[in-house]
Every structure is written in C-alpha cells, then in structure tokens.
Design a protein around this ligand. Structure first.
Ligand code: FES
Length: 570
C-alpha cells in the first residue's frame, strides 16, 4: 500500500530525516514505514461544553488505531460552542472547515477520525473532509442524559424557550425559572433534544459517514467509547481500501440523509449544512430536493421540540437504525457507508423497543414530515418552514406585518405596549442573513410580544432571513433568500403590509403590487441594521459568503482541492 504520508517519511534524504526525526516521540522505527497515519481531528474544548469530553473519546480512538496497525495523531481543531460564541457560531463554521481542511492537507496524514458534537462541529468537519478527500469517519460525541425538574423531564433549549416565555407571560416565577437551570444540563454531551447537534449526528450516520448504529449513543454511555475504539480500527481499514468521501458519498447518500432528517423530525439547520457539504463534493443538491424527498416521509420520532421525549429515550428505543428500518423502502439501497457496505444492509435486525418514542410507520407523529420550501415575492430563491414544529391553524394565514430592521430594533420595541400588533400580525425580522448580521444567527424564532403572551397567544407567524435553533418551535419562516442585506425583497416590506403564508401551496408573499415593490428602496434604518465589518474573518466572510439556499459557504471554498501538496517545506 502506497501511503500519502510516505511523501514525507520515505527515503533517506535530508527532508525525510527532518520529517521523521521530529515525529519520533518514542514510537518504533516501523511507525514511518507502511503504517497509516491517522489524524484525530478533535473539537474538544472547555469553551465548547458539549464537546469537552472528547479527549476521552479520542483516547479510545487512539487505542483502536494502534491495534489495527496505524499511528494515531492528535489534531486539535477549531471548536465552536453554540451557547458561547459571538456573534453566532455559524459565522465561524466555514472558518473552522477551512482551517481543518488545510491542516489535514498540510500534514503527513493518510486518514482522519472526526470528533464533533455541538451544532457546527460535525458540519465543519465533514465540509473539511469532503474538500481534502482523505478517508474520514465521524464519531459523534453524543447527547447528554435527560434533564429532570420537579418530576418532569427537561430538554435543552426547547424548555429554555418554553420556560422563558412562561416567565414573560406571568405564569412562572423568575425564581422557579432560575432553579431549573442546574437541572437542565446534568451530564457531558450535546443538547438532548432533536436540535441541530442530535440532527447532524443522525444525518451524518444516514449520509454514511458514521459507523451505523453509533450516532445518538449518549455521551456518558460506555458504548460510545467502544464505538470510538472500533472506529479507530476502521479508519486504518479505510486507508487500505482508499475509501474517501469522494468515492462513496453520492446523491444517493444525500437522499438517505434527507429521508432520515424528515423521519426524525430534525432541525432546519441540517438543510444549510447538507447543502454546504454537497457543494464541497460536487453533488447536485438543491433546496427542492429537501421538499421533494422529505415531504412524503412520516415523522416517526416523538422528541422535543416537535414531541415529548429526549435523546436518551431515543437511543433506548432503538435509535436511528430502528427509524430507518421503518422507512427502509424510502431509502436508496445503493448508498454506501464508511464500512464499505450499503446503509440498508445495516438495518437487518434493527427494531423499535419503545413505540411511544419511535412510532410505527402506520402511526406516525406527523403523516408527512420534512421541511417545506416556500417561494414567493418575499423569497424568490426560497425559504423554509418546518410544518411539524408549527401551529396547524397558522399554516395558511394572512396578517399585517410588524417589521424590525435588526435584532436590536426587535428587542427595543417588541414589549412596547404601543406596538401595533395583534394575534394575527406577522412578525418580520431582517438583517439576520449571512451577510447582514453577519453569520446568519438563530434568531428567527423571535419571542412574542409580552402583551400578546399575557392574552394567552403562544404562536404567531414569524419571517426572518436568519436561522432558528433546532431546539425551537413555532410557525417560523426562515432562511429567506436572498436576505435583505443582499438585496432581497424582505428589505422592502413595511409595517402594515399584508403578508400571506400558504404552506400547502408553498408560498410566502407580501400583498404589494410588483411595480410598487420595485419602486421601493430600503430605508436608512434598514441599511443601518446591516453589518459592515472593517477587517479580519468577518470582512472576508461578508465579501464571499453565499446565500442560505446554496449552503452559505464561501464562494471560494465550494468544491474540493484533494489532498495533494506539491511543494516541500524546506
Ligand atoms: Fe451544544 Fe446545543 S449548545 S449542542
């Protein structure tokens, strides 16, 4: 087997001497001859609490790599903690992907095990792996255990939104809200709802990049370390088989990922991440595939935010393989996985052990799930809505727009008793797209006006060019493209305009004649709401980021450069 790392280590010249000598660290001589060098791209960080345990997972991967004859190499990579990173972790997803891609390419690496968990970490790792196209396999860090507060389970994120609205609505005291805090996050791991982290771990498995059956294993579960050990062995095998993302990730793989996304009732964020990963691979994937493939798939998983249970329950009930077993006929049988075998072959023997958590096909949580793609004069390039997380009575709705030019404008005015808004109003928030914020934050599920909460209103139609936390719920139209800051018509809507939403017809429109809309220009306060960074990554990002409907990647990062490096460092 001719290894890529031999370009650094083979031979007797001065450069091979330098590459070997500094890497000896006590390893045997044969470490540099014919043994695959496996990087462990590790997003462990104390500032990414969901991934803080990944050093222990990495140790198990190392054991597996050694056992199979490879050489494990720790490679700490950029980590993004969803709850901490400002202005939004999404601003840094492409930077993390670019840095990981370049470090894999720059170093004597033959294959890589990718350790991620919190929302942006698995997407950025997969984007990097696709562009460097080395054998790569993901170990998802796993969800935390169920939270529990006063006899009721507490789901990360989802219950924060719910309880905070209860406080604002006057039905929960501030003291009770605060005391729920320590009950919510009670173990290592990422959010335990079907938020973005859980979704991306499951979608990565359906895509074929995780050993089937591993995603969703709770972070404290010893079976995660066992899986990490076995994945270390597999990474060595993958190098021998030259099993690279470019060799087995195809349109069929993305088809299966979309089926899984719909069946588990996953986060809308998966759309923008899958589009970006497909873009790196040159796979022809667009927004309409999500609607076309996903909307005939039943939601089978009764997890928050759409349902009741949490990821620990999901794993106990059979996990992703049990779900996919139920919808096996909707999967593409040709799509392969990191094991070299088709995904569907791994479904034999999978079973549902708790039909309350994972519903049988005949009794779905929602008959037709998925993510609906809307178009209209408010979103010519598309917008998303997750019907399963929306209120059925609002899926066809007309109401007067209440427009906010930025999230700061929103916070300043939303609880103003004089704000012209009623239960039928449509809240419009702009300036939150990839360029406008910048970074496309999770603000689309904007809180409702306090005066309406006090009247008992719990959902309204909301429209935004940003994203929404995967743990959130509500009738939210999001990822509007083009965004307002890129010249999208969302910049032209005025308070009082009638906005109509028709999910069945897949339409989102403002009732303003085309000629009048064409005459309008964004007013100064709208333009002031858009970001204009002076330097650094934010400047590069704003100049090059693409719109949500293509994955919000940077234009020059789309595609793959492979793993070749032609020039020596000395
Ligand atoms: Fe990390 Fe939710 S904050 S997964």
């Amino acid at each position: 087997m001719k290894l890529r790392s031999a370009q650094w280590y083979a031979g007797q010249d001065r450069n091979a001497y330098i590459h070997r000598a500094w890497m000896r660290r006590g390893v045997p001589d044969d470490a540099f001859t014919g043994r695959p060098q496996i990087a462990i791209a590790n997003t462990a960080s104390d500032l990414t609490p969901c991934n803080a345990h990944l050093n222990e997972v990495a140790a198990s991967v190392r054991n597996g790599v050694y056992e199979a004859g490879g050489i494990p190499l720790d490679l700490p990579v950029v980590s993004l903690g969803e709850t901490n990173v400002r202005p939004t972790a999404m601003l840094w997803r492409n930077m993390a992907a670019m840095a990981t891609e370049e470090m894999l390419r720059a170093n004597p690496v033959d294959g890589v095990v990718l350790l991620g968990g919190c929302d942006k970490t698995i997407p950025s790792l997969l984007m990097a792996a696709a562009s460097v196209d080395l054998p790569a396999v993901v170990v998802p860090g796993g969800p935390m255990l169920n939270g529990s507060f006063r006899g009721k389970s507490l789901g990360c994120g989802t219950d924060v939104w719910r309880l905070s609205e209860e406080v604002r609505g006057g039905t929960l005291s501030q003291a009770d809200f605060t005391s729920s805090e320590s009950a919510m996050i009670r173990s290592r791991g990422h959010c335990n709802t079907m938020g973005t982290a859980s979704t991306m771990a499951l979608v990565a498995e359906a895509l074929g990049t995780v050993v089937p059956g591993v995603a969703g294993t709770p972070a404290p579960d010893s079976r995660l370390l066992q899986a990490a050990h076995e994945t270390g062995r597999l990474a060595v095998e993958m190098v021998g088989a030259d099993r690279r993302p470019g060799t087995f990730l195809t349109k069929a793989s993305f088809h299966n990922a979309i089926v899984a996304l719909a069946a588990v009732g996953g986060s809308t964020n998966a759309v923008v991440h899958l589009l970006a990963i497909a873009g790196r691979l040159g796979v022809d994937l667009c927004l309409d595939h999500f609607d076309r493939i996903g909307s005939r798939v039943p939601v089978l998983v009764d997890l928050q935010p759409a349902g009741r249970f949490l990821m620990e329950d999901f794993h106990r009930a059979g996990g992703l393989l049990a779900v996919l077993h139920e919808v096996r006929d909707l999967l593409d049988p040709d799509a392969l996985t990191v094991t070299g075998r088709p995904l569907v072959e791994h479904l034999d023997g999978a079973a549902v052990w708790d039909a309350d958590v994972i519903r049988p096909r005949e009794q779905p949580l929602v008959a037709e799930g998925g993510i609906a793609v809307l178009r209209g004069n408010l979103a010519p390039d598309g917008a998303l809505i997750k019907p399963a997380a929306a209120s059925p009575h609002l899926l066809e709705h007309r109401g007067r727009a209440a427009v906010f030019d930025s999230i700061e404008d929103f916070h300043a005015r939303i609880d103003d008793p004089d704000l012209e808004v009623d239960a039928d109003s449509v809240l419009v928030l702009r300036g939150c797209g990839p360029k406008g914020y910048p970074g496309m934050p999770e603000v689309s599920n904007m809180p409702l006006p306090k005066k309406l909460l006090e009247q008992g209103v719990r959902d309204m139609v909301r429209i935004c060019d940003g994203r929404m936390s995967g743990t959130a719920y509500g009738t939210v139209v999001l990822h509007v493209a083009p965004e307002a800051a890129a010249g999208g018509p969302l910049a032209l809507v005025r308070t009082g305009d009638i906005v109509s939403l028709d999910v069945k017809a897949r339409r989102i429109d403002v009732d303003v004649p085309a000629d009048e809309l064409a005459r309008r220009t964004p007013n100064k306060s709208t333009l002031d709401g858009f970001a204009n960074p002076k330097r650094g990554w934010e400047r590069l990002y704003v100049d090059h980021v693409q719109q949500a409907h293509t994955g919000a990647d940077l234009d020059f990062l789309v595609g793959s450069s492979g793993s070749g490096v032609s020039r020596e460092s000395h």
